[in-house]
Design a protein around this ligand. Structure first.
Ligand SMILES: [Zn+2]
Length: 231
């Protein structure tokens, strides 16, 4: 080995040693490390939204502002139940207690009370008693694809629904309604969701990522929130 080659070899050893003792952190998407600042008026908005939830008869656990990189929820709650009607009545429960943004809980409460519960009552003569869901908040990109935009789940603005349970012990599942009557009703429920949410996806949607659940969210579309995705 020439002196020059020996120096190069020694330098490589030193470099390797330094790298081994100070491993670099794994690469991650840039926007996971740039949390948005808390918007002005966020505390007031949060208080006002929670007051509206209480007035709607929503049962929830209020949580403090959640921040995990770019995944932020200004007004997170754990959703426990919503009122089934404007008067007295057994609440519709959420056994998974999903963590979602307050505004999404408000919209869900309206939709379930004014559209979904009456449809099940009319078709099956039974009350809607619970909604089986995913966890709500998840700090991830759309469809878990590494280069995709951040998911509405990362802002607490989305919920996945896998089944509706009724007081007559019937369950209507998103992936395989147990009879044609259930399937038809599920399709109607899915269409009504387009009037309450900005995105509605489910079995048969073109992206193929929602075959076993109904995804609803409140993420704005376009620079002026000018369109809806209802598939
Ligand atoms: Zn989803």
């Amino acid at each position: 080995m020439t002196p020059c080659a020996a120096r190069t070899f020694a330098a490589a050893l030193v470099f390797t040693g330094a790298a081994a003792s100070q491993p670099l952190p794994p690469r991650a998407p840039n926007d996971l490390y740039s949390p948005p600042s808390k918007p002005e008026g966020a505390d007031e908005d949060r208080r006002a939204c929670l007051a509206r939830l209480t007035a709607l008869g929503v049962e929830y656990e209020s949580l403090t502002r959640h921040e995990e990189g770019a995944c932020v929820i200004d007004a997170p709650i754990r959703l426990e139940a919503v009122a089934a009607s404007r008067g007295a009545g057994t609440p519709i429960t959420f056994p998974q207690r999903p963590m979602i943004e307050c505004r999404l809980a408000e919209r869900l409460a309206d939709w379930l009370r004014d559209a979904v519960a009456p449809l099940f009552q009319a078709e099956f003569g039974a009350a809607l008693t619970s909604v089986v869901t995913g966890p709500g908040y998840e700090c991830r990109r759309r469809n878990r694809a590494p280069d995709a935009k951040m998911s509405a789940h990362a802002l607490g603005l989305a919920l996945d629904i896998s089944a509706f349970k009724l007081s007559n012990r019937r369950s209507v599942y998103a992936d395989e309604p147990d009879d044609q009557r259930s399937k038809n009703l599920f399709d109607v429920v899915r269409r009504t969701a387009c009037g309450w949410f900005t995105t509605v996806l489910g079995p048969g949607s073109p992206d193929g990522f929602h075959e076993d659940h109904l995804h609803v969210d409140l993420q704005p579309h376009g620079s002026r929130d000018s369109y809806r995705i209802c598939q």
